[in-house]
Write a protein that binds this ligand. Structure first.
Ligand SMILES: [Zn+2]
Length: 163
């Protein structure tokens, strides 16, 4: 397992339990996490039931910025995507599919704007500058605009036989 690097200092993080790493944080006690040995309170979680890191360890300021980016920008964009479809949906499944597609388009748009690959474009890996750049890239953009952008790209990909 490759250790993730702390976004604050670039050092390799170490695996720790929440109890060892943050004895004063009972909410983290049962968790396995990656923790920076250099930076106070710089950590990230793991994928459920594994030691695979969820992004890169970061301190409170960066974690807060990531959370805001999600709650105020990214999530509202794709979660409200179904509102642009007039006439509603046949059922919940249809709505879920539309939202899933919207989510994927929103991330593709953001990756494009930040000159990242889709694999690199995970907020859990972002440092503060990347959070700020993502915020600026999405500010004032509606899902309808992202959808138009995505459709042009999807059409071009189809014409190139690249699906
Ligand atoms: Zn660090």
């Amino acid at each position: 397992m490759t250790a993730p690097r702390c976004v604050e200092c670039g050092a390799e993080a170490v695996l720790a339990t929440g109890r060892e790493a943050y004895p004063h944080r009972p909410d983290l006690a049962g968790k396995i996490m990656w923790k920076c040995q250099m930076c106070a309170d710089s950590h990230c979680g793991c994928h459920e039931g594994s030691q695979r890191p969820l992004g890169r360890p970061a301190g409170p300021k960066v974690r807060e910025a990531r959370t805001l980016l999600h709650k105020r920008m990214l999530d509202p964009l794709w979660q409200t995507a179904d509102q642009i479809y007039e006439g509603g949906f046949e059922n919940e499944l249809a709505r879920t599919i539309v939202r899933g597609k919207a989510r994927s388009r929103v991330y593709a748009f953001l990756a494009n704007r930040l000159s990242m690959t889709k694999e690199e474009c995970h907020t859990g890996s972002f440092d503060l500058d990347q959070c700020r750049a993502a915020w600026r890239a999405l500010q004032g953009i509606s899902y309808a605009e992202i959808r138009e952008w995505a459709k042009v790209r999807e059409k071009a990909a189809k014409e190139n036989g690249d699906t």
